[in-house]
Design a protein around this ligand. Structure first.
Ligand SMILES: [Zn+2]
Ligand SMILES: [Zn+2]
Length: 222
């Protein structure tokens, strides 16, 4: 399992090749601002690995356009252009230049954006968008799976509270008692448990009650 420091180290090496010499320091300073945020680190790693225009470039600002269920739609601004990315704590994907808009219906629907026109109206004026806050500093987000207050955790998130016993869902014994088995060894068993869990009603993330402060989310994942 890579730690945040490992990922940052890789980005630093990538920047040596990918950013113009006079921009490297500034690029690294931005990475340092986000060194506890897996979302931004995944984006930086993708950007400096693949460079959208296949020429040296450096990100100077990251803005948040939308987020839902731990998936973030971000805009990375460079001296060349503005680029859209989708990022989760596990990976980032390049969408395209901001000016090309967002056409993918599935992505638009996911974020509750009505149409490519609606996207254009809401997001083409970057000065009105908020700068992305490093996820661990945003106390409305689950520190591990990064869903927002009131959303369901990503299944397997260690912060999810068990609706039967009030303990930690990934470590309590309820999965065994609910299914009447000593172990859950097949995908079928796990699916059966998830079905039981959804019948009972999963507990969404409650930012006021459930938020522990972990120093490094990667230590609890995987
Ligand atoms: Zn969570
Ligand atoms: Zn339980």
């Amino acid at each position: 399992m890579q730690t945040l420091a490992d990922i940052k180290q890789e980005i630093s090496l990538l920047i040596d090749y990918a950013a113009p010499a006079e921009k490297r320091q500034e690029a690294m300073r931005l990475v340092e601002q986000y060194e506890t945020d897996l979302i931004a680190l995944r984006l930086f790693h993708h950007f400096y690995s693949f460079l959208p225009e296949a020429q040296e470039d450096a990100i100077s600002i990251l803005r948040l356009m939308a987020r839902r269920q731990g998936t973030f739609l971000l805009c990375a601004t460079t001296a060349i252009d503005d680029y859209l990315y989708l990022a989760t704590s596990e990976q980032a994907a390049f969408v395209g230049p901001l000016a090309a808009g967002l056409e993918d219906t599935e992505v638009l629907n996911f974020f509750g954006i009505a149409s490519p026109m609606d996207f254009h109206q809401r997001f083409s004026d970057l000065d009105h968008l908020t700068v992305h806050v490093p996820a661990p500093l945003d106390d409305r987000l689950c520190p591990i799976c990064l869903v927002a207050d009131g959303e369901y955790h990503t299944l397997g998130c260690p912060v999810e509270v068990c609706p039967w016993c009030g303990g930690q869902l990934i470590s309590c014994q309820c999965r065994f008692t609910q299914l009447g088995r000593a172990s859950l060894s097949t995908e079928g068993h796990i699916n059966a448990f998830v079905e039981r869990l959804e019948e009972k009603g999963r507990l969404p993330f409650n930012a006021d009650e459930d938020r522990p402060s972990y120093p490094d989310p990667t230590e609890l994942m995987g």
